[in-house]
Design a protein around this ligand. Structure first.
Ligand code: SAM
Length: 279
């Protein structure tokens, strides 16, 4: 963690007007560099909805930058009060600084810096599980964020990230989750660790594969389910595909080779959880 992050007294309010302020530079670094996020264990999430989600779900917050509109907004002020009570440093900034931090012309009124949180694979308990979405080497942050959002929407138990993946705490991924990041447990593991864990799994392990011979609507998805989704370029590795109880395909017509990963995950999740989803 950088000395700059540690040196400021937390749980207080600070006005910042200069782009060269070290805290502003640090937050920009968290947006721009994975290395910086890894070393600090922090990440940036934009917007009032995400700040409210983070506060309600009890995530650790380090900074909350609040612009002029936010300082007139009841919900933003409530989020800031909660963040401050939780030890965050509240940064009163102008729109130009908010724009510079998030590299957006029309910045959100609130930008938060939160503590990353993941769950160990050993904490995944099948007897308290519904469906876990297992993503093999997901590459695209937008896909990952969209999958997290969809998994949350169907009431899945969480996401297991297998192998080298895109950073779930990258600003593009966080943006695409629309706040679901704060509600979905995230596990990170190697392929070997996953394969070992899978041996003890009592329920179906359903892989989606373009070489699948079973229609995805013909499987008994009795929970707890592991739903396996492949890498955007190469699909599931042979090792992961071999570890599945079923390999299914979503039938297609037309010229497209395959569906986008996030779209395929959504189609699958609504089928897997069909009997549990009620209006
Ligand atoms: N060229 C890759 C391949 O050969 O698998 C395409 C990967 S596809 C873009 C990414 C992932 O989405 C796949 O690994 C699979 O999990 C899922 N997927 C996409 N279309 C699918 C379909 N029609 N049936 C089953 N899964 C599909």
């Amino acid at each position: 963690m950088s000395t700059e992050f540690k040196s400021h007294r937390q749980g207080s309010v600070k006005q910042i007007t200069s782009h060269s302020n070290p805290i502003v530079k640090e937050i920009k670094g968290l947006v721009a560099q994975r290395k910086h996020r890894r070393e600090s264990g922090l990440f940036v999430a934009e917007g009032l909805k995400l700040a409210t989600d983070a506060m309600n779900a009890g995530w650790g917050v380090r900074y909350l930058a609040i612009g002029p509109e936010g300082r007139e907004n009841k919900m933003a002020l409530e989020a800031a009060a909660k963040a401050k009570a939780r030890g965050a440093l509240i940064l009163e900034v102008n729109n130009a600084i908010l724009s510079a931090i998030t590299r957006r012309d029309n910045p959100q009124m609130v930008v938060g810096v939160y503590e990353q949180k993941t769950v160990p694979l050993s904490a995944v308990d099948p007897s308290h599980s519904k469906t876990w979405v297992c993503l093999d080497r997901v590459r695209d942050p937008g896909n990952l964020g969209t999958v997290i959002r969809t998994a949350d929407a169907v009431g899945a138990s969480g996401i297991i990230l297998i192998g080298e993946t895109t950073d779930p705490f990258a600003v593009e991924a966080v943006r695409a989750t629309m706040g679901s990041l704060f509600h979905m447990p995230l596990v990170r593991c190697t392929s070997d660790a996953f394969l070992k864990f899978r041996e003890t799994w009592p329920g179906p392990v359903v892989g989606t594969h373009l070489r699948g011979t079973k229609d995805y609507r013909e499987v008994d998805y009795r929970e707890p389910v592991l739903l396996m989704m492949g890498n955007e370029q190469s699909g599931l590795t042979d090792d992961l595909a071999d570890a599945c109880t079923d390999l299914v395909k979503i039938p297609q017509e037309g010229q497209a080779d395959s569906l986008n990963l996030a779209v395929a995950t959504a189609v699958m999740l609504f089928e897997v959880r069909r009997n549990y989803l009620k209006l």
